[in-house]
Design a protein around this ligand. Structure first.
Ligand SMILES: NC(=O)c1ccc[n+]([C@@H]2O[C@H](COP(=O)([O-])OP(=O)(O)OC[C@H]3O[C@@H](n4cnc5c(N)ncnc54)[C@H](OP(=O)(O)O)[C@@H]3O)[C@@H](O)[C@H]2O)c1
Length: 285
C-alpha cells in the first residue's frame, strides 16, 4: 500500500491523480485531516483515512499496512518539525519500507528561512533509520501564476528578488515525480533536487504575462522589508509575508535556481514551460 499524506491539499491532489495512472486505486491510501471534506477523493476508489500531524494518536491507524509513505510537508509554519516527527514515529511503528518527504531545494545548505524546518525533518528521517527519499522541491510556478488578477489590474508584479532566477516547476510536475518515485524501484536513500528546466527572473515573468494577456505588466523590485509591508497590506498573515519576502531575498542570491535535471529525469519529459502555465492561469481566470 502507498500512503499519501496531505491528500486534500493542492500538491496531494496532483500526487493522487498521477499515482492513479500508475497503480490500482485499491493500493492507494490518502490521509486527510478532515474526512468529511474529502468526498472527491473517496469517489476515486482509493482508501481514505484520517490523520492529523498534530494529533499523534490518529497516526498509528492511518499508517497501518503502509509499505511506502509520501509525507507532504505541513503548511503550518512554526509547528512543522514536531508534526513531521510524529509522522516519522508512526512510520517507524508501521515498519514502512520507504518514506518519501517533500523537502526544499538544497535544504542542507539553503539560506532561506524555510530551509530550517525541512533540514530538521530530513535529519529526523535519517535518524529514524527508515529508507527514505528526499524530494527537494524548488519554487512552485503557481506562486507566480495563481493570482495574476491584481498584477493585470495594476500593471505591476511586486517582488524583492532583483535579477534572481526562479527555476520553478508546476505542482503537477513535482507530483508526477513523487508518483514516479512511489510507484518505481531503486529510489532508497536518494536525494533529488527538483527544479524546472527553465529559470526566469521576475522581469521575465512580467514580460511573459504582458505578452500572453496583451496588457502591459512591469516588474517592480522592492527592498525585502518594503515588499513584506506590501504583502501585509494585501492581507497576508505576518509569517507568510515574512517568509515570502525572505524567499525573494534568497532568490536574488540564487537560492531558487539550480541546473539539476533530476525532475526532468524522473518525469521522462521536459518540465512544463512558464508560458504554458501563464496561458492556463489567464484562461481559467
Ligand atoms: N515549493 C513551494 O513553492 C511551496 C509553496 C507552498 C507550499 N509548499 C510546501 O509544500 C506543501 C504542499 O503544498 P500544497 O500546495 O499542497 O499546500 P496546501 O494546498 O496548503 O496543502 C497542505 C496540506 O497539508 C495538510 N496539513 C496541514 N496541517 C496538517 C496537519 N496538522 N495534519 C495533517 N495534514 C495537514 C493540509 O490539510 P487540510 O486540507 O486539512 O488543511 C493540506 O492537505 C505545503 O504544505 C508546504 O509545506 C511549498
Amino acid at each position: 500500500m502507498i500512503v499519501v499524506t496531505g491528500a486534500s491539499g493542492n500538491l496531494g491532489g496532483h500526487v493522487i491523480a498521477s499515482l492513479l495512472e500508475k497503480v490500482p486505486a485499491a493500493k492507494i491510501i490518502a490521509t486527510v485531516r478532515n474526512v468529511e471534506k474529502a468526498g472527491d477523493l473517496a469517489k476515486l476508489g482509493i482508501h481514505l483515512r484520517q490523520a492529523d500531524y498534530a494529533k499523534p494518536a490518529t497516526l498509528a491507524a492511518a499508517f497501518a499496512g503502509a509499505e511506502k509513505v509520501l509525507l507532504i510537508s505541513s503548511n503550518e509554519l512554526g509547528e512543522r518539525v514536531a508534526q513531521h516527527q510524529a509522522v516519522i514515529n508512526a512510520c517507524v511503528a508501521a515498519n514502512v519500507k520507504l518514506l518519501a518527504y517533500t523537502s526544499l531545494l538544497r535544504a542542507d545548505t539553503s539560506t532561506l528561512s524555510l530551509a530550517s524546518d525541512h533540514l530538521a525533518t530530513e535529519q529526523a528521517i535519517r535518524s529514524s533509520g527508515l529508507p527514505f527519499v528526499f524530494l527537494r522541491n524548488g519554487w512552485y510556478q503557481e506562486n507566480h501564476t495563481e493570482a495574476l488578477g491584481p498584477a493585470l489590474q495594476h500593471g505591476a508584479i511586486l517582488g524583492a528578488a532583483g535579477d534572481g532566477k526562479f527555476a520553478a516547476a508546476t505542482r503537477a510536475d513535482y507530483a508526477a515525480a513523487a508518483a514516479a518515485v512511489l510507484s518505481g524501484q531503486g529510489h532508497e536513500n536518494k536525494v533529488y533536487e527538483l527544479v524546472g528546466d527553465e529559470a526566469y527572473t521576475l522581469s521575465e515573468l512580467a514580460a511573459e504575462v504582458s505578452k500572453t494577456a496583451g496588457t502591459a505588466v512591469a516588474y517592480q523590485n522592492l527592498p525585502p522589508a518594503e515588499y513584506e509591508k506590501a504583502l501585509l497590506g494585501f492581507g497576508l498573515p505576518a509569517p507568510v509575508a515574512a517568509m515570502l519576502a525572505d524567499s525573494d531575498a534568497g532568490a536574488a542570491k540564487g537560492e531558487l535556481e539550480s541546473a539539476s535535471r533530476d525532475l526532468r529525469s524522473l518525469l521522462g519529459r521536459s518540465t512544463t514551460a512558464l508560458a504554458q502555465s501563464i496561458r492556463s492561469a489567464i484562461q481559467t481566470k
